[in-house]
Design a protein around this ligand. Sequence first.
Ligand SMILES: Cc1cc2nc3c(=O)[nH]c(=O)nc-3n(C[C@H](O)[C@H](O)[C@H](O)COP(=O)(O)OP(=O)(O)OC[C@H]3O[C@@H](n4cnc5c(N)ncnc54)[C@H](O)[C@@H]3O)c2cc1C
Length: 374
Amino acid sequence: MIPFSKLSFWERSVYTEGIDFAIIGAGIVGMSTALHLKKRFPFAKIVILERGYLPTGASTKNAGFTCFGSPTELRDDLSSMPEDVVWDTVEMRFNGLQELLSLIDPSKISYEPCGSWDLIRQDEELIPDSFLHYLNEKLARITGQNKVYSIDQRKLEHSKFAGFKAAYQNHLEGAIHTGKLIHELYKSCIHRDIHVIFDIEVSSFEDQTEEVVLFTAHGELKTAKLLVCTNAFASQFLDDVLPARAQVLVTKPISNLAVEGTFHVDGGYYYFRNIGDRLLLGGGRNLDFEGETTTRFEVSSLIQDNLKRMLKENILPSTPFEVDYAWSGIMAVGSEKKPIIQKTNKNIAFGVRMGGMGVAIGASVGKQLSKLIV
Ligand SMILES: Cc1cc2nc3c(=O)[nH]c(=O)nc-3n(C[C@H](O)[C@H](O)[C@H](O)COP(=O)(O)OP(=O)(O)OC[C@H]3O[C@@H](n4cnc5c(N)ncnc54)[C@H](O)[C@@H]3O)c2cc1C
Protein backbone atom coordinates (compact mmCIF):
# COMPACT_ATOMS: atom_id res chain seq x y z
CA MET A 1 0.00 0.00 0.00
CA ILE A 2 1.58 3.28 -1.13
CA PRO A 3 0.71 6.20 1.18
CA PHE A 4 -0.60 9.41 -0.43
CA SER A 5 2.64 11.15 0.58
CA LYS A 6 4.64 8.82 -1.72
CA LEU A 7 2.51 9.40 -4.82
CA SER A 8 4.12 11.11 -7.81
CA PHE A 9 3.65 14.79 -8.66
CA TRP A 10 1.37 13.64 -11.51
CA GLU A 11 -0.81 11.46 -9.33
CA ARG A 12 -1.16 14.03 -6.60
CA SER A 13 -1.96 16.87 -8.96
CA VAL A 14 -4.78 14.87 -10.56
CA TYR A 15 -6.25 12.96 -7.62
CA THR A 16 -5.34 14.12 -4.16
CA GLU A 17 -4.47 17.84 -4.20
CA GLY A 18 -6.69 20.90 -4.60
CA ILE A 19 -9.94 19.04 -3.89
CA ASP A 20 -12.98 21.35 -3.83
CA PHE A 21 -15.54 18.70 -2.91
CA ALA A 22 -14.78 15.30 -1.40
CA ILE A 23 -17.65 12.86 -1.17
CA ILE A 24 -17.50 9.75 1.00
CA GLY A 25 -19.45 6.83 -0.51
CA ALA A 26 -20.02 5.86 -4.15
CA GLY A 27 -23.65 4.74 -3.82
CA ILE A 28 -26.62 6.34 -5.57
CA VAL A 29 -26.52 9.34 -3.24
CA GLY A 30 -22.76 9.96 -3.41
CA MET A 31 -22.57 9.76 -7.20
CA SER A 32 -25.78 11.78 -7.74
CA THR A 33 -24.43 14.45 -5.41
CA ALA A 34 -21.21 14.59 -7.45
CA LEU A 35 -23.13 14.93 -10.74
CA HIS A 36 -25.32 17.73 -9.38
CA LEU A 37 -22.28 19.55 -7.97
CA LYS A 38 -20.55 19.29 -11.35
CA LYS A 39 -23.57 20.87 -13.06
CA ARG A 40 -23.37 23.82 -10.67
CA PHE A 41 -19.57 24.06 -10.53
CA PRO A 42 -18.19 22.76 -13.85
CA PHE A 43 -14.57 23.56 -12.97
CA ALA A 44 -14.58 22.18 -9.43
CA LYS A 45 -12.38 19.21 -8.54
CA ILE A 46 -14.70 16.54 -7.15
CA VAL A 47 -13.36 13.31 -5.67
CA ILE A 48 -15.50 10.41 -4.46
CA LEU A 49 -13.83 8.09 -1.95
CA GLU A 50 -15.27 4.59 -1.74
CA ARG A 51 -14.03 1.97 0.71
CA GLY A 52 -15.03 -1.07 -1.40
CA TYR A 53 -13.63 -2.35 -4.71
CA LEU A 54 -17.27 -1.85 -5.77
CA PRO A 55 -19.82 0.35 -4.00
CA THR A 56 -20.60 -1.74 -0.91
CA GLY A 57 -23.80 -0.76 0.83
CA ALA A 58 -27.32 -0.94 -0.61
CA SER A 59 -27.10 0.65 -4.07
CA THR A 60 -25.81 -2.47 -5.85
CA LYS A 61 -27.74 -4.93 -3.70
CA ASN A 62 -31.38 -3.79 -3.84
CA ALA A 63 -34.24 -5.33 -5.78
CA GLY A 64 -34.45 -2.59 -8.44
CA PHE A 65 -37.99 -1.42 -7.75
CA THR A 66 -38.99 2.10 -8.76
CA CYS A 67 -41.72 2.37 -6.13
CA PHE A 68 -43.30 5.15 -4.11
CA GLY A 69 -45.92 3.38 -1.97
CA SER A 70 -48.24 0.37 -2.10
CA PRO A 71 -51.74 0.58 -0.57
CA THR A 72 -50.85 -1.67 2.40
CA GLU A 73 -47.56 0.19 3.00
CA LEU A 74 -49.40 3.53 2.95
CA ARG A 75 -52.12 2.13 5.24
CA ASP A 76 -49.43 1.08 7.75
CA ASP A 77 -47.60 4.44 7.44
CA LEU A 78 -50.84 6.40 7.96
CA SER A 79 -51.49 4.47 11.16
CA SER A 80 -48.09 5.34 12.62
CA MET A 81 -47.08 8.70 11.07
CA PRO A 82 -48.78 12.12 10.68
CA GLU A 83 -50.76 12.30 7.42
CA ASP A 84 -48.82 15.24 5.94
CA VAL A 85 -45.50 13.48 6.59
CA VAL A 86 -46.74 10.36 4.77
CA TRP A 87 -47.78 12.35 1.69
CA ASP A 88 -44.63 14.49 1.72
CA THR A 89 -42.63 11.25 1.65
CA VAL A 90 -44.68 9.82 -1.23
CA GLU A 91 -44.20 13.06 -3.16
CA MET A 92 -40.46 13.02 -2.46
CA ARG A 93 -40.28 9.40 -3.76
CA PHE A 94 -42.33 10.11 -6.89
CA ASN A 95 -40.42 13.28 -7.76
CA GLY A 96 -37.12 11.60 -6.90
CA LEU A 97 -37.82 8.89 -9.48
CA GLN A 98 -38.45 11.54 -12.14
CA GLU A 99 -35.15 13.17 -11.13
CA LEU A 100 -33.32 9.83 -11.41
CA LEU A 101 -34.76 9.10 -14.84
CA SER A 102 -33.73 12.56 -16.04
CA LEU A 103 -30.19 12.14 -14.66
CA ILE A 104 -29.66 8.74 -16.33
CA ASP A 105 -30.99 7.51 -19.68
CA PRO A 106 -33.81 5.06 -18.68
CA SER A 107 -33.02 2.74 -21.61
CA LYS A 108 -29.47 2.23 -20.29
CA ILE A 109 -30.68 0.90 -16.94
CA SER A 110 -33.32 -1.46 -18.40
CA TYR A 111 -36.10 0.69 -16.96
CA GLU A 112 -39.47 -1.02 -17.38
CA PRO A 113 -42.64 0.87 -16.45
CA CYS A 114 -44.22 -2.53 -15.82
CA GLY A 115 -46.47 -1.55 -12.91
CA SER A 116 -46.64 -3.10 -9.44
CA TRP A 117 -49.20 -5.19 -7.59
CA ASP A 118 -49.88 -5.24 -3.86
CA LEU A 119 -51.05 -8.76 -2.96
CA ILE A 120 -53.52 -9.42 -0.14
CA ARG A 121 -53.29 -12.78 1.66
CA GLN A 122 -56.37 -14.95 2.24
CA ASP A 123 -56.54 -14.06 5.96
CA GLU A 124 -55.88 -10.33 5.45
CA GLU A 125 -58.47 -7.56 5.22
CA LEU A 126 -59.20 -6.17 1.78
CA ILE A 127 -58.49 -2.50 1.05
CA PRO A 128 -61.86 -0.70 1.46
CA ASP A 129 -63.07 1.14 -1.68
CA SER A 130 -63.20 4.39 0.29
CA PHE A 131 -59.48 4.06 1.19
CA LEU A 132 -58.55 3.31 -2.41
CA HIS A 133 -60.51 6.38 -3.47
CA TYR A 134 -58.66 8.49 -0.86
CA LEU A 135 -55.28 7.17 -2.10
CA ASN A 136 -56.18 7.95 -5.70
CA GLU A 137 -57.21 11.51 -4.82
CA LYS A 138 -53.95 12.13 -2.99
CA LEU A 139 -51.87 10.55 -5.77
CA ALA A 140 -53.68 12.55 -8.47
CA ARG A 141 -52.40 15.73 -6.82
CA ILE A 142 -48.83 14.42 -6.79
CA THR A 143 -48.67 12.63 -10.15
CA GLY A 144 -51.30 14.45 -12.19
CA GLN A 145 -52.82 11.04 -13.02
CA ASN A 146 -56.18 9.63 -12.02
CA LYS A 147 -56.68 6.10 -10.71
CA VAL A 148 -53.08 5.30 -9.91
CA TYR A 149 -54.35 2.33 -7.85
CA SER A 150 -56.99 -0.15 -8.98
CA ILE A 151 -58.04 -3.68 -8.14
CA ASP A 152 -56.76 -6.22 -10.70
CA GLN A 153 -57.89 -9.79 -9.99
CA ARG A 154 -56.85 -10.99 -13.44
CA LYS A 155 -53.20 -10.60 -12.44
CA LEU A 156 -53.68 -13.17 -9.65
CA GLU A 157 -55.10 -15.77 -12.04
CA HIS A 158 -52.56 -15.06 -14.76
CA SER A 159 -49.59 -15.33 -12.36
CA LYS A 160 -50.75 -18.69 -10.89
CA PHE A 161 -50.16 -17.60 -7.27
CA ALA A 162 -51.64 -19.40 -4.26
CA GLY A 163 -52.81 -17.97 -0.93
CA PHE A 164 -53.72 -14.47 -2.13
CA LYS A 165 -57.25 -13.18 -2.58
CA ALA A 166 -56.73 -9.74 -4.13
CA ALA A 167 -54.22 -7.69 -6.13
CA TYR A 168 -54.11 -3.88 -6.30
CA GLN A 169 -52.24 -2.45 -9.22
CA ASN A 170 -50.16 0.74 -9.24
CA HIS A 171 -49.61 1.47 -12.91
CA LEU A 172 -46.89 4.10 -12.32
CA GLU A 173 -44.35 1.89 -10.61
CA GLY A 174 -41.72 -0.18 -12.40
CA ALA A 175 -38.31 -1.81 -12.32
CA ILE A 176 -34.69 -1.15 -13.23
CA HIS A 177 -31.43 -3.12 -13.40
CA THR A 178 -29.71 -2.09 -10.19
CA GLY A 179 -26.21 -2.96 -11.38
CA LYS A 180 -26.64 -0.98 -14.59
CA LEU A 181 -27.88 2.05 -12.62
CA ILE A 182 -24.75 2.24 -10.51
CA HIS A 183 -22.56 1.59 -13.57
CA GLU A 184 -24.27 4.38 -15.54
CA LEU A 185 -23.86 6.78 -12.61
CA TYR A 186 -20.18 5.81 -12.46
CA LYS A 187 -19.74 6.29 -16.21
CA SER A 188 -21.42 9.72 -16.00
CA CYS A 189 -19.07 10.72 -13.20
CA ILE A 190 -15.96 9.67 -15.13
CA HIS A 191 -17.27 11.33 -18.30
CA ARG A 192 -17.67 14.60 -16.36
CA ASP A 193 -14.18 14.44 -14.90
CA ILE A 194 -15.30 13.42 -11.41
CA HIS A 195 -12.72 11.14 -9.81
CA VAL A 196 -13.92 7.97 -8.10
CA ILE A 197 -11.20 6.34 -6.00
CA PHE A 198 -11.98 2.87 -4.70
CA ASP A 199 -10.52 1.01 -1.74
CA ILE A 200 -10.18 4.11 0.44
CA GLU A 201 -11.97 4.02 3.79
CA VAL A 202 -12.31 7.33 5.59
CA SER A 203 -11.95 6.57 9.28
CA SER A 204 -12.59 10.11 10.55
CA PHE A 205 -12.43 13.77 9.54
CA GLU A 206 -11.76 17.11 11.17
CA ASP A 207 -13.03 20.55 10.25
CA GLN A 208 -10.22 23.11 10.27
CA THR A 209 -12.20 26.30 9.46
CA GLU A 210 -10.98 26.75 5.86
CA GLU A 211 -10.70 23.06 4.97
CA VAL A 212 -11.61 19.58 6.15
CA VAL A 213 -8.95 16.95 6.77
CA LEU A 214 -9.88 13.32 6.05
CA PHE A 215 -8.01 10.48 7.76
CA THR A 216 -7.52 7.20 5.90
CA ALA A 217 -5.17 4.20 6.13
CA HIS A 218 -3.25 5.75 3.18
CA GLY A 219 -2.72 9.07 4.94
CA GLU A 220 -4.52 12.42 5.08
CA LEU A 221 -6.44 14.25 2.36
CA LYS A 222 -7.62 17.85 2.40
CA THR A 223 -10.81 19.19 0.85
CA ALA A 224 -12.60 22.54 0.89
CA LYS A 225 -16.02 20.87 1.39
CA LEU A 226 -17.01 17.38 2.53
CA LEU A 227 -20.21 15.49 1.77
CA VAL A 228 -20.85 12.31 3.72
CA CYS A 229 -23.00 9.84 1.76
CA THR A 230 -22.33 6.63 3.66
CA ASN A 231 -25.95 5.83 4.54
CA ALA A 232 -26.04 2.90 7.04
CA PHE A 233 -22.36 3.35 7.82
CA ALA A 234 -22.84 6.94 9.00
CA SER A 235 -23.54 5.84 12.57
CA GLN A 236 -19.82 6.28 13.25
CA PHE A 237 -20.31 10.01 12.56
CA LEU A 238 -23.99 10.75 13.36
CA ASP A 239 -26.76 9.77 15.83
CA ASP A 240 -30.10 8.20 14.86
CA VAL A 241 -28.75 6.05 12.03
CA LEU A 242 -29.20 2.29 12.40
CA PRO A 243 -28.24 -0.43 9.92
CA ALA A 244 -31.11 -2.54 8.58
CA ARG A 245 -30.03 -5.59 6.61
CA ALA A 246 -32.27 -6.82 3.79
CA GLN A 247 -31.90 -10.27 2.20
CA VAL A 248 -32.67 -11.30 -1.35
CA LEU A 249 -32.61 -14.45 -3.47
CA VAL A 250 -32.81 -15.08 -7.21
CA THR A 251 -33.82 -18.38 -8.85
CA LYS A 252 -32.28 -20.11 -11.83
CA PRO A 253 -34.11 -19.44 -15.12
CA ILE A 254 -37.64 -20.88 -15.08
CA SER A 255 -39.27 -21.92 -18.33
CA ASN A 256 -42.73 -20.42 -18.91
CA LEU A 257 -42.47 -18.18 -15.84
CA ALA A 258 -45.96 -16.71 -15.38
CA VAL A 259 -44.85 -13.90 -13.03
CA GLU A 260 -44.26 -10.57 -14.74
CA GLY A 261 -43.88 -7.18 -13.03
CA THR A 262 -43.09 -6.07 -9.48
CA PHE A 263 -45.05 -7.21 -6.42
CA HIS A 264 -45.40 -6.26 -2.75
CA VAL A 265 -46.76 -8.40 0.08
CA ASP A 266 -47.41 -7.67 3.79
CA GLY A 267 -47.09 -3.89 3.68
CA GLY A 268 -43.86 -4.11 1.68
CA TYR A 269 -42.04 -6.48 4.05
CA TYR A 270 -41.79 -8.87 1.09
CA TYR A 271 -41.22 -7.93 -2.54
CA PHE A 272 -40.66 -9.92 -5.70
CA ARG A 273 -40.30 -9.43 -9.43
CA ASN A 274 -39.17 -11.26 -12.51
CA ILE A 275 -35.74 -10.56 -13.99
CA GLY A 276 -36.33 -11.98 -17.46
CA ASP A 277 -37.08 -15.64 -16.79
CA ARG A 278 -35.72 -15.62 -13.22
CA LEU A 279 -37.59 -14.66 -10.08
CA LEU A 280 -36.16 -12.32 -7.41
CA LEU A 281 -37.67 -12.38 -3.90
CA GLY A 282 -36.58 -10.26 -0.95
CA GLY A 283 -37.71 -9.32 2.52
CA GLY A 284 -38.51 -11.01 5.80
CA ARG A 285 -36.64 -8.51 7.99
CA ASN A 286 -39.71 -8.43 10.23
CA LEU A 287 -38.94 -12.04 11.28
CA ASP A 288 -35.80 -10.95 13.10
CA PHE A 289 -35.51 -7.17 13.49
CA GLU A 290 -32.81 -7.54 16.13
CA GLY A 291 -30.64 -9.95 14.14
CA GLU A 292 -31.02 -7.85 11.00
CA THR A 293 -29.83 -4.68 12.75
CA THR A 294 -26.31 -5.34 11.51
CA THR A 295 -23.78 -4.23 8.90
CA ARG A 296 -22.62 -7.80 8.20
CA PHE A 297 -23.16 -8.77 4.55
CA GLU A 298 -24.41 -12.27 5.33
CA VAL A 299 -27.64 -14.20 4.84
CA SER A 300 -29.42 -16.10 7.62
CA SER A 301 -31.09 -19.50 7.27
CA LEU A 302 -34.11 -18.18 9.21
CA ILE A 303 -34.89 -15.62 6.51
CA GLN A 304 -33.65 -17.53 3.47
CA ASP A 305 -35.71 -20.62 4.44
CA ASN A 306 -38.73 -18.39 4.90
CA LEU A 307 -38.21 -16.81 1.46
CA LYS A 308 -37.92 -20.27 -0.13
CA ARG A 309 -41.12 -21.40 1.64
CA MET A 310 -42.95 -18.37 0.29
CA LEU A 311 -41.71 -19.12 -3.22
CA LYS A 312 -42.91 -22.74 -2.94
CA GLU A 313 -46.25 -22.09 -1.24
CA ASN A 314 -47.39 -18.75 -2.66
CA ILE A 315 -45.44 -17.48 -5.65
CA LEU A 316 -44.46 -20.58 -7.64
CA PRO A 317 -46.79 -23.24 -6.14
CA SER A 318 -46.96 -25.30 -9.31
CA THR A 319 -43.53 -24.55 -10.79
CA PRO A 320 -40.26 -26.26 -9.80
CA PHE A 321 -37.41 -23.81 -9.08
CA GLU A 322 -33.84 -23.72 -7.80
CA VAL A 323 -32.20 -20.83 -6.00
CA ASP A 324 -29.14 -19.52 -7.86
CA TYR A 325 -28.11 -16.40 -5.88
CA ALA A 326 -28.63 -15.16 -2.31
CA TRP A 327 -27.21 -11.94 -0.87
CA SER A 328 -27.86 -9.12 1.55
CA GLY A 329 -27.56 -5.34 1.43
CA ILE A 330 -27.47 -2.85 4.26
CA MET A 331 -30.06 -0.08 4.42
CA ALA A 332 -30.23 2.68 7.05
CA VAL A 333 -33.20 3.50 9.28
CA GLY A 334 -33.83 5.72 12.29
CA SER A 335 -36.56 7.15 14.48
CA GLU A 336 -38.29 8.72 11.42
CA LYS A 337 -38.97 7.39 7.92
CA LYS A 338 -37.11 10.21 6.24
CA PRO A 339 -33.54 10.91 5.18
CA ILE A 340 -31.08 13.08 7.08
CA ILE A 341 -30.02 15.91 4.75
CA GLN A 342 -28.09 18.14 7.06
CA LYS A 343 -25.20 20.56 7.18
CA THR A 344 -23.28 20.02 10.41
CA ASN A 345 -21.04 23.04 9.91
CA LYS A 346 -19.89 25.42 7.16
CA ASN A 347 -17.90 22.80 5.26
CA ILE A 348 -19.55 19.47 6.03
CA ALA A 349 -22.95 18.06 5.04
CA PHE A 350 -24.59 14.63 5.37
CA GLY A 351 -27.06 12.90 3.05
CA VAL A 352 -27.79 9.59 4.75
CA ARG A 353 -30.51 7.25 6.17
CA MET A 354 -32.41 6.50 2.95
CA GLY A 355 -34.44 3.61 4.44
CA GLY A 356 -35.98 1.42 1.74
CA MET A 357 -36.39 4.49 -0.48
CA GLY A 358 -32.92 5.36 -1.77
CA VAL A 359 -33.51 4.23 -5.36
CA ALA A 360 -36.49 6.58 -5.41
CA ILE A 361 -35.08 9.55 -3.52
CA GLY A 362 -31.30 9.18 -3.95
CA ALA A 363 -30.95 11.44 -7.00
CA SER A 364 -33.01 14.25 -5.49
CA VAL A 365 -31.21 13.92 -2.15
CA GLY A 366 -28.01 14.45 -4.15
CA LYS A 367 -29.51 17.58 -5.70
CA GLN A 368 -30.55 18.99 -2.32
CA LEU A 369 -27.16 18.19 -0.84
CA SER A 370 -25.33 19.97 -3.66
CA LYS A 371 -27.32 23.12 -2.88
CA LEU A 372 -27.00 22.82 0.88
CA ILE A 373 -23.20 22.63 0.98
CA VAL A 374 -22.63 26.03 -0.70
C1 LIG B 1 -32.58 -5.66 -0.60
C2 LIG B 1 -32.86 -4.19 -0.71
C3 LIG B 1 -34.03 -3.76 -1.33
C4 LIG B 1 -34.30 -2.39 -1.49
N1 LIG B 1 -35.42 -2.01 -2.16
C5 LIG B 1 -35.59 -0.70 -2.45
C6 LIG B 1 -36.69 -0.27 -3.24
O1 LIG B 1 -37.52 -1.08 -3.64
N2 LIG B 1 -36.84 1.04 -3.53
C7 LIG B 1 -35.96 1.96 -3.06
O2 LIG B 1 -36.13 3.15 -3.34
N3 LIG B 1 -34.90 1.60 -2.30
C8 LIG B 1 -34.71 0.30 -1.97
N4 LIG B 1 -33.66 -0.09 -1.19
C9 LIG B 1 -32.84 0.94 -0.55
C10 LIG B 1 -31.80 1.55 -1.47
O3 LIG B 1 -31.06 0.56 -2.13
C11 LIG B 1 -30.90 2.43 -0.60
O4 LIG B 1 -31.69 3.35 0.14
C12 LIG B 1 -29.89 3.22 -1.44
O5 LIG B 1 -29.16 2.36 -2.27
C13 LIG B 1 -28.96 3.98 -0.51
O6 LIG B 1 -28.00 4.62 -1.31
P1 LIG B 1 -26.80 5.40 -0.62
O7 LIG B 1 -25.95 5.92 -1.69
O8 LIG B 1 -27.34 6.34 0.40
O9 LIG B 1 -26.05 4.30 0.26
P2 LIG B 1 -25.13 2.99 -0.15
O10 LIG B 1 -25.57 2.47 -1.42
O11 LIG B 1 -25.16 2.14 1.04
O12 LIG B 1 -23.73 3.68 -0.36
C14 LIG B 1 -22.90 4.07 0.71
C15 LIG B 1 -21.47 3.82 0.27
O13 LIG B 1 -20.59 4.38 1.24
C16 LIG B 1 -19.46 3.52 1.32
N5 LIG B 1 -18.82 3.80 2.62
C17 LIG B 1 -19.39 3.60 3.83
N6 LIG B 1 -18.55 4.02 4.79
C18 LIG B 1 -17.44 4.49 4.17
C19 LIG B 1 -16.22 5.09 4.64
N7 LIG B 1 -15.98 5.29 5.93
N8 LIG B 1 -15.28 5.44 3.72
C20 LIG B 1 -15.52 5.26 2.38
N9 LIG B 1 -16.65 4.71 1.90
C21 LIG B 1 -17.61 4.34 2.78
C22 LIG B 1 -20.05 2.13 1.21
O14 LIG B 1 -19.08 1.17 0.83
C23 LIG B 1 -21.14 2.33 0.17
O15 LIG B 1 -20.71 2.04 -1.15
C24 LIG B 1 -33.39 -1.45 -0.98
C25 LIG B 1 -32.21 -1.87 -0.35
C26 LIG B 1 -31.94 -3.23 -0.23
C27 LIG B 1 -30.65 -3.66 0.44
